[in-house]
Design a protein around this ligand. Structure first.
Ligand code: ADP
Ligand code: MG
Length: 510
């Protein structure tokens, strides 16, 4: 098992050079060498990269000391060893002081080989340390950007809630002209909220709900959607490993990671190409630097490769920064990869990327194995954001302000919502098409017909109809004896939008 060596030989004697190369070839293979004996030739050669420089001590037009100075003047980190027939002690000390790595007599070949190996190893160590420092700096930068983004996003989110509340107050005036503008504000407000949420994911302030998942299964479930996403001109390959380790992560977030990778790959291949997702297991017996972290133990690797236009080193250095994009304002937000970064780091994983201009890009995502078992998946696969759906919901609530808040929340997640301001109106809707309504969400206490009575009459029309009750008064007499008391079907006011969406999804899927 011999390694290669690219060596620059500073030597005036052809014979001595041949001899040296012959010895080197016994130890290294292949040996790539150039012989030079002037400063000009050396400078020219140093434009290439070399593993090591071996230099004679004295030559007619050059010298070991001059070669050393020439090398230092370029600032390039290559070890230089003086190889000489004879060398005085004083000269040797001077050379070492000037920065030579070692000096060896020409006759002592085994000592020379040893010196070369030692220098190569030392250089590799220096390079590893340098890489680790670079990674650390990069991570610190991301950490700082993340904190800044997260801090701003958090406060911004609170202010957006206030904007929303005042907009609702304005809507109470029920003035069409005012409403027109308020709706515009609410539209912008909505977009701002979703932007802020993305920033919160990046800065890991918004945590997902981790469950045990198998990324191979996630990928397989997404196959059709991914093909649609990348379009017809991109050939999509899927190589999902069967016995993949389980990992603990938020399924919705991992889907988001996969989608973002697919969109980026598509954008990098405007004239078509091939993108491939694959999964595999990996075991790190020793700590290995991946991305910004040393990993040990069992991991899964999710790999996304494309044959797109690739990236330069300058771009690569910045891709995980929020808002960094090389796309036009309408095509890119610069948030895709920073969100991926946040999600993966939050799941104790790492991400590494390699790319070459014109050749394509490979992202590798590492997630640690969990020994817990995957829960059987009873919920239908959610392809969009979690907590959404396409079902039709009848919302019965007499308070206008609350009603529109709920309608907006549900509609934003894809549901079809029919509104009713009291039990009587709700019954009329149900009588017309009981089968088309998948779920009724009703206030408990309302004039004319209350929530419980509404349920009684509705179940005469369709005995399987699903209900969720909302109430601000838990001790209300009409609630206490109803099946609504089961917390499963019950929402205590006030509740958050998330609580509403989660409950709706749960009940619909039950
Ligand atoms: P956006 O896609 O909105 O620009 P991202 O954070 O997803 O934001 O990506 C940031 C940048 O990284 C992109 O603008 C692009 O320059 C580069 N990039 C990401 N993925 C790829 C890829 N697969 N091939 C080439 N460049 C990529
Ligand atoms: Mg993107």
């Amino acid at each position: 098992m011999s390694e290669s060596l690219k060596v620059l030989i500073v030597e005036d004697s052809l014979d001595d050079c041949d001899l040296l190369v012959r010895e080197l070839k016994k130890e290294f293979s292949p040996v790539d060498y150039r012989r030079i004996d002037t400063r000009e030739a050396m400078l020219e050669c140093l434009k290439e990269t070399w593993d090591i420089v071996l230099s004679d001590f004295s030559m007619p037009n050059f010298s070991g000391m001059a070669a050393l100075e020439t090398l230092k003047s370029t600032g390039i980190d290559i070890p230089l060893i003086i190889v000489s027939g004879t060398i005085g002690e004083e000269a040797a000390v001077d050379l070492m002081r000037a920065g030579a790595s070692d000096y060896v007599l020409k006759s002592k070949t085994s000592r020379l080989m040893h010196a070369i190996r030692r220098e190569l190893q030392a250089k590799q160590k220096r390079r590893r340390l340098h890489d680790a420092e670079e990674q650390l700096r990069h991570m610190q930068k991301m950490e700082a950007v993340g904190q800044l983004a997260g801090g701003v996003a958090h406060d911004f989110n609170n202010m957006l809630s206030v904007v929303q509340i005042y907009c609702r107050k304005l809507k109470e005036f029920d003035n069409p002209q005012v409403n027109y503008y308020v709706d515009k504000i609410l539209g912008v407000q909505n977009r701002s909220v979703s932007l802020t949420k993305q920033l919160l994911v990046f800065s890991r302030k918004q945590t997902g709900t981790a469950s045990v998942i198998n990324v191979s299964h996630v990928l397989q479930d997404m196959q059709d959607m991914l093909q649609r996403l990348v379009g017809e001109s991109v050939e999509l390959g899927l190589d999902a490993f069967n016995d993949l380790f389980n990992v603990k992560a938020d399924r919705g977030q991992i889907e988001q990671v996969i989608m973002n990778l697919a969109v980026n790959a598509r954008d990098a291949m405007p004239d078509g190409g091939r993108m491939c997702f694959s999964t595999s297991n990996i075991h790190f017996a020793e700590p290995q630097l991946i991305g910004a972290e040393f990993l040990t133990g069992n991991y899964i690797v999710l790999e996304a490769t494309d044959t797109g236009h690739g990236m330069t080193k300058e771009i690569l250095n910045r891709i995980f920064e929020p808002f960094f994009t090389t796309k036009s304002a309408k095509d890119g937000t610069g948030l895709g990869l920073s969100i991926i970064y946040g999600i993966i780091r939050q799941s104790n994983g790492e991400i590494a990327v390699s790319s070459e201009v014109g050749r394509g890009t490979t992202f590798k995502i590492y997630l640690p194995e969990t020994l817990e078992r995957e829960q059987p998946q009873s919920l239908p696969v959610k392809t969009e954001t979690s907590n959404g759906g396409k079902e039709t919901i009848l919302l019965v609530e007499d308070n206008f302000e609350l009603r529109s808040l709920f309608v907006e929340t549900l509609e934003a997640k894809g549901y079809d919502v029919i509104e009713a301001s009291d039990g009587v109106a709700a019954l009329q809707v149900l009588e017309k098409n009981p089968k088309n309504i998948h779920l009724v969400i009703t206030d408990m206490v309302m004039p004319k017909i209350g929530g419980r009575e509404l349920y009684r009459r509705a179940s005469q029309l369709d005995k399987d109809i699903k209900f969720i009750y909302m109430s601000g008064y838990f001790e209300d007499a009409s609630v206490t004896d109803a099946r609504s008391l089961e917390s499963f079907y019950y929402l205590q006011k006030p509740f958050s939008e998330e609580a509403l969406l989660e409950k709706v999804r749960k009940v619909l899927d039950s």
